[in-house]
Design a protein around this ligand. Structure first.
Ligand code: KE4
Length: 426
């Protein structure tokens, strides 16, 4: 038994499934998860000293790579002033100014501690603002483990085969309407048949929790128009895409502005941070100004703010998006060529530093198609890559991430390992 295996045996005695987040357990790809003892740049070092080129990037936050010196120094500097105050602090103002400056929809913002808190609070705020109860979400989209949103959810819920989690009262789930992504008519007909009942429509503008799915032309614009027509709060869940695809997320790339935006991951620089923001008229319904309650002991924590501010300022300074996109294109091109050379049906949707592998004939535009892909082929490819030193997300319902610390040599080595991995598993 190696060190990771023995750690996992101990962990399983103490933590459900041996993990603090289900997708880490390798349940869909099989095998024993490795434990990480160090992360730096584009690399993870396992408890057994295997070095891996990392395409999970701690599920998105590490856009600059792991343990970036600028972020580490910012945390160390903040640490010298204390770890938590429980009062307002200057770094919270600086973080709010950065988010308002960078994210087109955000006029006011509230910090919290995770993406889940961000989406949960945004839903509650939309319900409080409109006085309506129902919400629309899309099959396969994952918005964190919020009761109202664990209905046909993606990511770990889908990976483990429980997209509709136990423990969510049927009476609450009934307030959530689940529609297929990329189908505007479905949204239009629900809105027409339920006038004044829908509080919000929440969407990952580029769904990345059932693999990566891109919107058909006009789709996001159509959602914007329909929500405006029907007084429905349009919420972009940009926990993953915010600051990942541009300094203003998908809404900056597309020019489509939601009413509220949920953020997380990158804005914490690797520490626990979430945020939600949007129109001042809506945000002012939040306590202590308005009737919608939301709170958090560690919201705006100074260490987390310091890490997040450093991360966002580094993005402004380095503007890595073109470089990240060209690395993404190179990997996607290589994967498609390798599959074609071997007659393997493979789709590799890619945008910026995000890409995924669907082992299927046709391009995937919605959830059912993602479910229909050959997941066992992904699982085999995952393990062939892992044993050669490449760490892809341990589920075909996730998305790969590239960081700005990935070098051209990393990409070349990755393509070489992909080539060998394809040969072994075919
Ligand atoms: P957290 O509560 O995990 O910080 O964020 C929830 C969340 C909300 N919205 C989107 C679009 C997300 O992708 C997430 C979380 N993403 C998953 C990975 N697909 C986190 C990994 C995990 O659950 O361990």
């Amino acid at each position: 038994m190696n060190i990771s295996e023995s750690l996992f045996e101990r962990a399983k005695q103490l933590i459900p499934g041996g993990v603090n987040s289900p997708v880490r357990a390798f349940r869909s790809v099989g095998g024993t998860p490795f434990f990480t003892k160090r992360a730096s740049g584009s690399r993870l070092t396992t408890a057994d000293d295997q070095e891996l080129i990392d395409y999970v990037c701690t599920w998105g936050p590490a856009i600059h790579g792991h343990d970036h010196p600028v972020i580490r120094e910012a945390i160390a500097d903040a640490l010298s002033h204390g770890t938590s105050f429980g009062t307002p602090g200057p770094l919270e103002v600086e973080m709010a100014e950065l988010i308002v400056e960078l994210v087109p929809s955000v006029e006011k913002v509230r910090m919290c501690n995770s993406g889940t808190e961000a989406t949960m609070s945004a839903i509650r705020l939309a319900r409080g603002f409109t006085g309506r109860d129902k919400i629309i979400k899309f099959a396969g989209c994952y918005h964190g483990h919020v009761d109202s949103l664990l209905v046909k959810a993606g990511s770990g819920a889908l990976t483990l085969g429980n997209p509709d989690s136990a423990g969510v009262p049927a009476s609450l789930a009934a307030e959530t309407i689940v529609l297929p992504y990329n189908d505007l008519d479905a949204v239009a007909s629900v809105l027409a048949s339920s006038p004044n009942e829908i509080a919000a429509l929440i969407v990952e503008p580029y769904p990345a929790n059932c693999g990566l799915i891109l919107p058909l032309p006009g789709y996001l614009d159509g959602l914007r128009k329909l929500c405006s027509e029907h007084g429905v709060v349009l919420i972009f869940d940009e926990v993953m895409t915010g600051f990942r695809l541009s300094s203003g997320g998908v809404q900056k790339l597309t020019g489509i502005t939601p009413d509220l935006t949920a953020l997380g991951k990158i804005i914490g620089g690797g520490l626990p941070v979430g945020a939600f923001g949007g129109k001042e008229e809506i945000m002012n319904h939040l306590a202590p100004l308005g009737p919608v309650y939301q709170a958090g002991t560690l919201s705006g924590n100074p260490l987390a703010m310091a890490a997040g501010i450093a991360s966002l300022k580094l993005l402004k300074k380095t503007d890595p998006y073109d470089r990240l996109d060209s690395m993404g294109q190179e990997l996607a091109r290589g994967l498609k060529r390798m599959a074609e050379d071997r007659g393997i049906p493979l789709q590799v949707p890619q945008v910026g530093s995000m890409y995924c592998l669907f082992f299927t004939e046709e391009p995937v535009t919605e959830f059912e198609q993602a479910v229909g892909a050959k997941h066992k082929h992904f699982n085999a490819f995952f393990h062939e890559c892992l044993k050669r030193g490449i760490y892809l997300p341990p589920s075909s319902y996730e998305t790969c991430f590239i960081s700005n610390s990935h070098s051209e040599e990393d990409i070349a080595k990755t393509l070489e390992i992909f080539e060998h991995s394809f040969s072994s598993f075919c």
